[in-house]
Ligand binder design. Structure first.
Ligand code: SAM
Length: 473
C-alpha cells in the first residue's frame, strides 16, 4: 500500500518510522511519503492560510495551495493503478471506525490531507470528488485537535496493522475490541497469577478451553454492557447463542424473538403501579403454559378469578412474596438500564414482558398463608428448620421466548427469596410442558413427584420439582 501525507508539519509523521508500522515500511509492505504543503506556497512567507470569507475567527487553508499540492500527489499513479482514496481528517467528518479501517485496508493508495487552523477550504474535497477521486472526510472522534496530523497517524496505524504481514501474529486481530463480534475485548491478564492481593479467575488456569472461552465471552459481554451499551444495541441477534442471551438478560438486555438486535430490559421488584400491567401480562402468558391441554373456558375462568390486579397489589404489600417484573425500556434508556439508575423515560404504564414470584410458606399475624399459595404437595419434604417457598410464577411474554429472560427472572426472584430466608423452593408445572421442565432443570430444580392442580374447575396434572437453596444442600 502506498500512503502519502500532505502537511505543514512533516516532522509530526516521524512517529510512523517507529515500531511495527516502521518495520512494515522497512520491509516494503508500506510505501510511505510525507510532503510539505508549504512547498506549494509561492509567496515570500510561504503562506498557506487566509481569513475566512464571510468573517469569523481563525484562518482557513487556501484552496489554491492545496490544489497544487494534491494535483502533484495524485498525479503519481497508484500502485497497480488500483483503488486510491483521498482522506481529509476533520472533526466534522463521518466517524472513522474499525469498519472504516477494514474498508480502507483494501485500498491500494491513501492520500491524507492534514488541515490546520479552521480547516481546509470546503471547495477542495468537492473539487476532487467531482473529478472522480474517492474522497472521505473522516473524524477520529467527537473532540477537536489542532491539526490533522495526529488523526492521520491514528488512521494509518489502524489501517496498516490490518495489512498482511504487518502484525507478528495475525490471530491477534480476530478477538479484538470492535472486531466483527461487535463486543469489547474481555479483560486480559498475565503472570504473576497473584499481584498485590489481586487474583485472576481460576478458570483461566484450568486448561479447559471451552470454559475459558465461555468465561471470556461473558466478561466481554459484561464489559460492553457496562461501557458501550450502544454497541450491544447494534449487535446482530443471529450471532448470539443461548448462553449469550442468558448472560445479556441478567445484564439488562433481552433479544425478542425475531428481533434484529437486543433491547434494553430492566428486572426489578414489582410496585403497586405495575398491578394492572401485571394482570394483562398474566392473562397473556398463562394460556401459553397450559392452553394446549386445558379448555379455553376454564383458562378464562382461572384468569378472571385469580390473575387480577388485586392479587398483584396484595402480593406487592405482602413481605412474604417476592415479586419481580421484567420491564422493556425505551431504547434511549439503554445506558441507564445498564447502570441501574432510574430513568426519566419510564413509561406511565410499564411495558412488562415477564414476571416471577416466590411465595414464602409462613402464616401472617392472623395465621393465614400468603394469598394464592398452593398447598404444598406431599412429595415436597422440608427438613426441620427449612423455610419453604413456592416458585409460583415464571412467565415471559411470547415475544421474549428464548431471550434468556426466564432464567434471568428466575435467578433474580430466587436470590431475593434466599435473601429472605427460603431454603427449599418447589414448583408445579404441567406434565406436558417439557420446555419449562428443561428450563427449571437448568436452574437446578429436580423432579420429586406429581400433583393434581385445579385450573378454573378443571384438573391439570403437574410435575413437582424442588431446589434446595440453603447451605449444605
Ligand atoms: N473548525 C473546525 C471544526 O470546528 O470542524 C476544526 C478545525 S481543527 C482546529 C483543525 C484541524 O484539525 C482540522 O482541519 C482537522 O484536520 C484536524 N482535526 C481536528 N479534530 C479532528 C478530529 N476529531 N478528527 C480528525 N481530524 C481532526
Amino acid at each position: 500500500m502506498r500512503i502519502d501525507v500532505v502537511t505543514i508539519f512533516p516532522d509530526y509523521l516521524k512517529v510512523l518510522d517507529l515500531s511495527l508500522i516502521g518495520r512494515a515500511a522497512d520491509r516494503g509492505r508500506l510505501d510511505l511519503h510525507v510532503h510539505d504543503l508549504r512547498d506549494h506556497a509561492h509567496d515570500r512567507h510561504r503562506t498557506v492560510d487566509d481569513t475566512p470569507l464571510g468573517g469569523g475567527a481563525g484562518m482557513v487553508m487556501k484552496p489554491d495551495v492545496w490544489g497544487e499540492a494534491l494535483d502533484d500527489v495524485l498525479a503519481v499513479d497508484a500502485p497497480t493503478g488500483g483503488r486510491r482514496v483521498l482522506i481529509i481528517p476533520t472533526p466534522s467528518g463521518e466517524v472513522f471506525t474499525q469498519r472504516t479501517a477494514e474498508d480502507l485496508a483494501g485500498a491500494d493508495s491513501l492520500v491524507f490531507a492534514c488541515g490546520r487552523y479552521e480547516g481546509i477550504d470546503a471547495r477542495v474535497p468537492d473539487h476532487y470528488a467531482s473529478r472522480g477521486v474517492e474522497v472521505r472526510e473522516l473524524s477520529i472522534g467527537d473532540y477537536v485537535l489542532n491539526g490533522g496530523e495526529v488523526a492521520a497517524v491514528v488512521m494509518i496505524e489502524a489501517i496498516a496493522r490490518l495489512l498482511p504481514g504487518v502484525l507478528g501474529n495475525p490471530e491477534s486481530l480476530l478477538e479484538e475490541s470492535h472486531s466483527a463480534a461487535g463486543l469489547l475485548e474481555y479483560p486480559v491478564h498475565t503472570r504473576p497469577t497473584r499481584w498485590r492481593d489481586l487474583e485472576i479467575d481460576p478458570v483461566l488456569l484450568s486448561g479447559d478451553h471451552t470454559r475459558i472461552a465461555r468465561t471470556r465471552r461473558d466478561q466481554a459481554i459484561a464489559r460492553t454492557v457496562g461501557r458501550r451499551p450502544d454497541m450491544i444495541a447494534r449487535m446482530d441477534a443471529a450471532d448470539l447463542d443461548r448462553e449469550d442471551r442468558a448472560a445479556l438478560a441478567t445484564m439488562g438486555w433481552a433479544v425478542p424473538a425475531g428481533a434484529p438486535h437486543p433491547v434494553p430490559v430492566r428486572i426489578r421488584p414489582a410496585t403497586v403501579h405495575d398491578a394492572e400491567a401485571l394482570a394483562d401480562l398474566a392473562a397473556r402468558t398463562f394460556p401459553d403454559a397450559c392452553g394446549h391441554v386445558i379448555d379455553p373456558e376454564f383458562i378464562a375462568q382461572h384468569i378472571a378469578t385469580n390473575l387480577v390486579p388485586g392479587l398483584f397489589r396484595t402480593w406487592v404489600d405482602d413481605d412474604r412474596v417476592d415479586l419481580v417484573v421484567a420491564e422493556r425500556l425505551a431504547p434511549q434508556s439503554a445506558s441507564q438500564a445498564s447502570s441501574g439508575t432510574e430513568t426519566a423515560q419510564t413509561p406511565i404504564v410499564p411495558d412488562l414482558v415477564g414476571y416471577a414470584a416466590v411465595l414464602r410458606e409462613e402464616p401472617d399475624a392472623a395465621g393465614e398463608p400468603p394469598t394464592g399459595i398452593d398447598p404444598r404437595p406431599a412429595c415436597v419434604q422440608a427438613r426441620p428448620g427449612q423455610v419453604v417457598g413456592e416458585l409460583s410464577k415464571v412467565y415471559v411474554d411470547s415475544t421474549m421466548r428464548g431471550s434468556g429472560l426466564a432464567p434471568a427472572l428466575m435467578s433474580v426472584v430466587t436470590q431475593r427469596a434466599i435473601d429472605h430466608g427460603v431454603s427449599l423452593l418447589w414448583l408445579g408445572t404441567h406434565i406436558t410442558n417439557k420446555r419449562a421442565q428443561k428450563a427449571y432443570r437448568r436452574a437446578g430444580f429436580r423432579q420429586v413427584g406429581t400433583r393434581t392442580y385445579n385450573v378454573g374447575g378443571q384438573d391439570a396434572h403437574d410435575v413437582v420439582m424442588i431446589r434446595r437453596t440453603g447451605e449444605g444442600l
